[in-house]
Design a protein around this ligand. Sequence first.
Ligand SMILES: Cc1cc2nc3c(=O)[nH]c(=O)nc-3n(C[C@H](O)[C@H](O)[C@H](O)COP(=O)(O)OP(=O)(O)OC[C@H]3O[C@@H](n4cnc5c(N)ncnc54)[C@H](O)[C@@H]3O)c2cc1C
Ligand code: SF4
Ligand code: SF4
Ligand code: SF4
Length: 497
Amino acid sequence: MSNRAFNILDDEHSLRAPSPFLEPARWPPNESREQPRALRGLAQIVDGGLCHRCGSCVGICPTGVLGLSDQEYPQIQNLSACTDCDLCVKVCPGDEFDYERIAQEQFGTSLDITDTHGVYQQAVLSYATHPTLREHSTSGGLVTGILLDLLERGEIDGAVVISSDEEHLWKGKPIIARTKEAILSATKSKYAISPTNSVFKEILEIPGRYALVGLPCQIHGYHKAAELDDRLKERIVLTIGLFCHAAIEHEAFEIIWESLGQKASKATRFISRVGKHPGAPHIELEDGTLYPVYFGNHSGFRPSSMEMINILYRLYTPPRCLTCFDALAEFADISVGDPWMAPPGDDIDFLHGYSFGLLRTARGKEIYERAVRDDKLVSYNLTDKEARQCNKKMATEKKWRAFRVIETQRRQGKSLPAYGDPLRTFPRHAGVQFLETEGNMFTHMLCFLPKYRASVLRFFLGEGGYALLWLNNKRRRVKFWLRDTFAALKRRLYGRK
Ligand SMILES: Cc1cc2nc3c(=O)[nH]c(=O)nc-3n(C[C@H](O)[C@H](O)[C@H](O)COP(=O)(O)OP(=O)(O)OC[C@H]3O[C@@H](n4cnc5c(N)ncnc54)[C@H](O)[C@@H]3O)c2cc1C
Ligand code: SF4
Ligand code: SF4
Ligand code: SF4
């Protein structure tokens, strides 16, 4: 019997990627030779909605056949150079990622796919000691602090990070940062889809030692690429995974940019989070001043980056992100995210920025601890219980949503990502988990009905949306006030624990 309360996946085309790869117009003109079998396979992956735009296929192609489309899908740019070697298909983590096998290789143990946090040796809260880094980082600067330490020690020649595109400032641009300045200027999360692993090409061309910062799917792509080419295994000495609820389709940022009107043409930089945790997005103008991206004409309440990102996720989560269940970068050496937990106490100025880190491998732990000894990072160990509360909500939502979407797509005969055994079935929802997942699916309805979402986003960027966000903010303040008051009362009655 079906366990669906309603079905929002039935629209015939709803889950399909925009299919840029297969569009005949995108195949280069004057190419009369038969299209190689591997490229047909890659086209099926993209057309089947399995491409999460990690860039691995572009980065591993030995003959430079593939480039990137405007939306960051792989695109054929030099068909005649294709040798049909199949590397681009074999590397693709969107199509297949063997959770069990890679977990055994990396950690020597199986992973429970319903476990939100994966394998780790130690969980920490941390911030960078560099005089301006903590303030200019996304969370607390753990990621950049480690990269700087490795570079200063001469243990890496560069780090794979995401800088900003010069033309579309909101867009991420994967680069290898080889200087302290370049690493420092690439802080801050870029929430738009960014094909990080396309820089494998440069790593393969230029010998050296590198650290890779990537989203969970990009770390999956790294593992597959390293199996296919030993040079990547040797040259990438550390992987730092960022937690990820989802990346956001470019269209959302185009609409946001349009909402800035004249101000957008004067922008020199887009900064995803400015101010105390979690901060709010701003643009830097030609004269160096910062202007808020959302509701710059309002004084008083202004939504935080997280409030707006919550809306963007409901509208613009890409198709493949809906079938992705690695939330906390389970296959990285070190995984980093925001400390979404109750403020840990008066002695820690939580809102000034902390990164939450999971030190997963021995190599990750050693490098982190050395950065602490080198005075690059301030570190607080968390207990297992504390760590497992942090980001639990996001990761649980993401996992169970993915199980639900995959099983629905299976019934519908659509393309499915293979996570090891291609016949694997995923846990079935029951009880409270069932209700929560269906509620979550409902809020993502417009991801499956993309033609309506632009109007909804424009509404949220207007006065009506502002009023709703204002009301939601008041509701949350009351909720937090009640939480803190009860916590204080409990402390007074039972003593601090
Ligand atoms: C798309 C996306 C979704 C995220 N979702 C969550 C979430 O749901 N919950 C959560 O707790 N944390 C999430 N994060 C992680 C969080 O935003 C911070 O990146 C993380 O806490 C690290 O902070 P930091 O101060 O230590 O990093 P910083 O010192 O600021 O360094 C960040 C590093 O990440 C690189 N980077 C930026 N954008 C990208 C990108 N798109 N792909 C690869 N590398 C990138 C930068 O170049 C820089 O090197 C997300 C990040 C991204 C990019
Ligand atoms: S390797 Fe990455 S970018 Fe290439 S098709 Fe697969 S998911 Fe898409
Ligand atoms: S990786 Fe091989 S099969 Fe794929 S595009 Fe490049 S040359 Fe062709
Ligand atoms: S949700 Fe998964 S597929 Fe999407 S960007 Fe994040 S890690 Fe990649």
